[in-house]
Write a protein that binds this ligand. Structure first.
Ligand code: CP
Length: 308
């Protein structure tokens, strides 16, 4: 392992990371959280390319860049781009490659971030490609889990909601598989984790089981990770109704372990009522804030060889 294993790398999928990479990112995240602003990226330019809507990922990446002294160029939708004149993603990426030192990209097409990384000379960070991957969210999630529970190995985590189309879930299960974490997969049958993911979990000896209600698992887990149903990803199957069994009704928390923490990548819908915000179990706003420090750590490490 080199002193800084992230230097010059793309961040496209959680499958590209090993345990040492994750530990190095978390160490730098703790440092960024403690030290705040720095001039680590003075003279650097970050391209912030969001072809899909975003609140947390876009603004935390941009805030992270500003906190490191970098300049940011970019867009929050493609309406102002020459994509509207028919320019391809390939050519758009080739242009941004000339103007920036690192590219953050969110795009509705699965595989778009990998394509951008193949085209660009500069490092590319995947900020979400369709229903595929959202690696910086998973790093944020697992950093928060370690922070609130004091460990990762030996934990039991329930993943609740849309496990089929949720890209945060796809990255999170890959990251959990690097640790000794037991997974409870809670979803309607039509939205469960795909066979391809389950096969990978089996190969890596991850313990997991399937469930259809929060009630079945709430007393067995240390982390309840809720997600919304990703309706924008399956319009053709919109017969799937919002499952009542996956709404975290406050009374369900009576059965929870006292140290349970609730995470959610946000945005939330009906599955996470606002009454939960005031309970000691709620951790999702801390989680969203940690996204800033995780992204600060990634930008610092990718663009600076000598940081450790
Ligand atoms: N968690 C997440 O990706 O949120 P945004 O879509 O607002 O970026």
């Amino acid at each position: 392992m080199t002193a800084n294993p992230l230097f010059g790398r793309d961040v496209i999928s959680m499958t590209d990371f090993d345990r040492d990479d994750v530990k190095a990112v978390f160490k730098m995240t703790e440092r960024c959280k403690k030290e705040g602003k720095s001039s680590a990226l003075n003279q650097k330019i970050i391209a912030s390319c969001f072809f899909e809507p975003s609140t947390r990922t876009r603004f935390s990446f941009e805030a992270a860049a500003f906190r490191l002294g970098a300049e940011v160029l970019g867009f929050g939708n493609e309406q102002m781009l020459s994509v509207k004149k028919g320019e391809s993603l390939h050519d758009t990426v080739r242009m941004l490659d000339q103007y920036a030192d690192l590219m953050v990209i969110r795009h509705p097409l699965e595989g778009s971030a990998r394509l951008a990384a193949e085209v660009a000379e500069i490092p590319v960070i995947n900020a979400g490609d369709g229903a595929n991957q959202h690696p910086t969210q998973a790093l944020t999630d697992v950093f928060t889990i370690q922070e609130c529970q004091g460990r990762l190995d030996g934990l039991a985590i329930a993943l609740v909601g849309d496990l089929k189309y949720g890209r945060t879930i796809h990255s999170l299960v890959e990251l959990c598989a690097l640790f000794d974490i037991r997974l409870y997969l809670v979803s309607p049958e039509a939205l469960t984790l795909t066979d391809a993911f389950c096969d990978r979990l089996k190969k890596r000896s991850v313990r997991f089981s399937f469930h259809q209600t929060i009630e079945e698992v709430i007393s067995s887990v240390d982390i309840l990770y809720l997600t919304r149903i990703q309706r924008e990803r399956f319009l053709k199957c919109s017969f799937i109704s919002d499952p009542e069994e996956l709404v975290l009704r406050p009374e369900l928390l009576k059965k929870a372990r006292s140290h349970l923490k609730i995470l959610h990548p946000l945005p939330r819908l009906a599955e996470l009522p606002r009454e939960i915000d005031e309970t000691p179990f709620a951790c999702y706003f801390d989680q969203a804030r940690n996204g800033l420090f995780v992204r600060q750590a990634l930008l610092t490490m990718i663009l600076n060889e000598t940081v450790t």
